[in-house]
Ligand binder design. Structure first.
Ligand SMILES: CC/C=C\C/C=C/C(=O)SCCNC(=O)CCNC(=O)[C@H](O)C(C)(C)COP(=O)(O)OP(=O)(O)OC[C@H]1O[C@@H](n2cnc3c(N)ncnc32)[C@H](O)[C@@H]1OP(=O)(O)O
Length: 713
């Protein structure tokens, strides 16, 4: 036998054992001259079994010694990489003396995204192979790189377009007898950069800033630093130490939960029993977008990037030209980030992107996304037209953040084809797509919208129809608490700081200034909560017997709409400016407001700010689950992580509640509710109470306490 071939699809215990046995056998057998390691079914390895990290019987540290064993083999070992080589899979390849990859293969060390670091000596070998700056980037971001890039970086020795295994065998035969010392990465020095210390210091600042409280990127950097400062064996010891810290940090569990939650929501189901097994998606070969405001522009860009031909429609030529310019600018920027540039997107080709004011051009599209502003009458008028013009079977989507899908569908003759697709701004960047089915929406429509999300590289989450759906409905009590805290004595910058320290990308007041205070003002006017339709004599701080804060309305009446007017909860350098500065005017405005309403300002500590904002949001989440609006807590968590800047390393609001402990959440809500009996959002939901009463079960069992529901986790 000239060559032994080993397969390493997943780094389960059995595979590791087989790898070790195979290597030992190859070393002991004089007839074996070289070893080739490959995967099965066109995939090298997706790395360790992620579920294994939270299992009590985890085989910690088992892979590192095997990678060392591969490297120390006296016979050349060649990795034949097809499909993916990720995490532990790539670390195995780094132990090999040669790496050959298929041109379509992808490689990366994504452990950081799971709250870990490449704990099988990857933090020590990769910098020795491709240099510290590039290795650090790969290890701290976890990004996957294509084989072509891996070749340029020197991560692989060769890429092939045909049979990778045959090419690897050819290479193995060619190198038999050549010295292996120079191919053993553990023996190589780490390539120098001019001022390593300054480079690492700067990198540490950048990584910490971007990590927003997530430990893994910082510890990844420390492990790479060890590679630059200590011999290989010492670096490996440090790597293992840091790996153990991460494994027991709690963040790893949250990030791994998030990984599986995103996959679980893909297996959508409705209370009526519809799911992938009962519905197939319809093909979307051509789409239309109505309305080229901020949302419409992003949606068009997203569709073009996904190579779906688009017809973009506006109400008149003035709006159309404005929208066209903005879309072209977005597409040009996106094209610059892509390898093939503008050519690859081909957006100047009218067959790919057409701008029009003529509704009739929508007659042959497979799907329409209406993205005009939030006005029910306008949306109904558009859907009425669509139901007359569009071909039978065309999916009619509305990009609304709160409005009733059934009412919009009632304007059509085909409510089964109407569905909510709630994009998040900027729509070509944000990963979340909330997909809302109405009473009549067909399973095919849901499947088609879910498939569209995948094509657009977004995470689609199927939810039921209620005001604000899942994301915004949970956001209302959170924002309401933030404003109540101002009434009681806090300041916008104090509230924002607490929530940003928790890990939110942006606190509620900075967010409100960014989105524009006028958006909510219009909606409240529409609901009759403020403005001319408010009945005379309505108490300033009460609506329907519940506490209400007119603060945001008063700010709007002062023309303070946020960034766009250079003033909102903060002040900005100019209209459209981004730098929020605390505003003395706002502080004295708050004092005057409290005096007017006889409110005695008090000091509010960070714990109260955090708990009242987060626990009221979580409380609404339990109500949503009990009503069957979402089929599991993972749906709520995926929505919050991908659409609302919730820190991923805290796993989403419902996972966070499970880590705080439901009895504590209930206890605190009860306390705050007693202090604020006129705030329904603080009144503990019946489902939360039930879960506490049955003994605080783990999150994956929650849904079994509601009849006919089961978790997808
Ligand atoms: C002591 C230290 C020892 C070792 C250090 C090593 C650590 C590691 O290796 S950590 C793992 C690193 N690997 C990854 O993070 C890869 C994760 N997977 C992916 O990125 C993707 O799944 C993919 C790119 C490999 C494939 O993507 P796609 O084709 O879109 O399929 P899905 O993502 O839907 O996945 C299909 C199916 O497979 C499950 N799965 C994928 N990878 C893993 C894994 N590493 N462990 C466990 N399960 C995995 C995924 O959950 C899907 O299954 P379900 O639909 O049932 O959830």
């Amino acid at each position: 036998m000239e060559l032994l071939s080993l397969t390493v699809n997943s780094n389960s215990l059995a595979v590791l054992q087989a790898l070790e046995d195979g290597l030992k056998k190859a070393d002991a057998d004089p007839s074996v001259k070289a070893v080739m390691i490959c995967g099965e079914n066109g995939k090298f390895s997706a790395g360790a079994d992620i579920r294994g990290f939270s299992s009590p019987k985890r085989h910690g540290g088992a892979l590192g010694p095997i990678v060392s064993l591969i490297e120390s083999s006296e016979k050349p070992v060649v990795a034949a990489i097809e499909g993916v080589a990720l995490g532990g899979g790539l670390e195995v390849a780094l132990g090999c003396h040669y790496r050959i990859a298929h041109v379509k293969a992808w490689m990366g060390l994504p452990e950081v995204t799971l709250g870990l670091l490449p704990g099988a000596e990857g933090t020590q070998r990769l910098p020795r192979l491709i240099g510290v700056p590039t290795a650090l980037d790969m290890i701290t971001t976890g990004k996957h790189i294509p084989a072509t890039e891996a070749l340029k970086l020197g991560l692989v020795d060769e890429i092939v377009e045909e049979n990778t295994i045959e090419a690897a065998i050819r290479l193995a035969n060619k190198v038999i007898g050549q010295p292996l010392g120079p191919r053993r990465l553990s023996l190589k020095p780490v390539p120098k950069v001019p001022n390593m210390e300054a480079f690492l210091r700067e990198a540490a600042v950048k990584v910490k800033q971007q990590a927003r409280g997530c430990l893994a990127p910082e510890l990844c950097l420390q492990a790479v630093r060890a590679a630059t400062e200590t011999p290989f064996a010492e670096g490996v010891r440090r790597e293992r130490e840091l790996f153990r810290v991460l494994l027991s940090s709690g963040q790893a569990q949250a990030l791994q939960y998030a990984f599986f939650a995103e996959r679980a929501v893909h297996r959508w189901a409705t209370p009526a029993g519809a799911s992938w097994s009962s519905a197939a998606p319809q093909p979307v070969c051509k789409a239309a977008v109505i309305g080229l405001g901020t949302m419409g522009r992003g949606i068009v860009t997203s569709l073009v990037k996904a190579s779906i031909p688009v017809v973009a429609l506006e109400q008149d030529l003035e709006y159309l030209n404005k929208g066209r310019k903005a879309v072209m600018l977005l597409l040009e920027r996106e094209a610059m980030k892509m390898e093939g540039g503008a050519q690859s997107l081909d957006f100047h080709n009218p067959a790919r992107l057409q701008f029009t004011v003529d509704f009739d051009l929508l007659h042959d599209v497979d799907l329409v996304i209406e993205a005009v502003f939030e006005n029910m009458a306008l949306k109904k008028e558009i859907f009425h037209k669509l139901s007359k013009i569009c071909k039978p079977g065309a999916l009619l989507c509305t990009n609304t953040s709160a409005l009733n899908i059934d009412e919009i569908a009632s304007a059509t003759s085909r409510p089964q084809q109407v569905i909510g697709t709630h994009f998040f701004s900027p729509a070509h960047v944000m990963r979340l797509l909330e997909i809302i089915y109405g009473r009549h929406t067909s399973p095919t429509a849901i499947a088609t919208a879910m498939q569209l999300a995948k094509t657009l590289k977004k995470v689609g989450v199927v939810v039921g129809n209620c005001f604000g759906f899942v994301g915004n409905r949970m956001m209302f009590p959170y924002v309401q608490q933030a404003v109540f805290l101002l009434e009681e004595g806090s300041r916008p910058e104090a509230v924002d700081q607490v929530l940003e320290d928790f890990g939110f990308k942006i606190g509620p007041f900075r967010m409100s200034d960014l989105a524009g205070l006028d958006v909510g003002w219009r909606s409240r006017q529409g609901q009759g909560l403020t403005g001319p339709s408010l009945p005379a004599g309505t108490p300033a701080r009460q609506r329907q017997g519940q506490r209400y804060s007119p603060l945001p309305d008063l700010l709007c009446e002062h023309g303070r709409f946020g960034q766009k007017t250079a003033k909102g909860w903060y002040q900005y350098e100019k209209a459209g400016g981004r730098t929020a500065t605390p505003d003395p005017w706002l502080h004295s405005f708050l004092s005057r407001y409290r005096d007017t309403h006889g409110i005695k300002a008090r000091f509010i500590d960070q714990e109260e700010i955090l708990e009242r904002c987060l626990f009221s949001l979580i409380n609404e989440g339990f109500a949503i689950l009990a009503e069957g609006i979402a089929s599991g807590p993972e749906h709520l968590d995926v929505i919050y992580i991908n659409g609302y800047g919730w820190p991923r390393h805290r796993g989403g609001p419902m996972f966070y509640a499970s880590t705080v402990g439901l009895p504590r959440v209930l206890d605190k809500l009860q306390k705050y509710s007693e202090a604020h009996p006129d705030v329904p959002g603080l009144r503990p939901s019946a489902f939360l109470k039930k879960l506490v009463a049955v003994g605080n079960p783990p999150i994956k069992e929650w849904m079994s306490y509601l009849s006919q529901q089961s978790s997808k986790l």
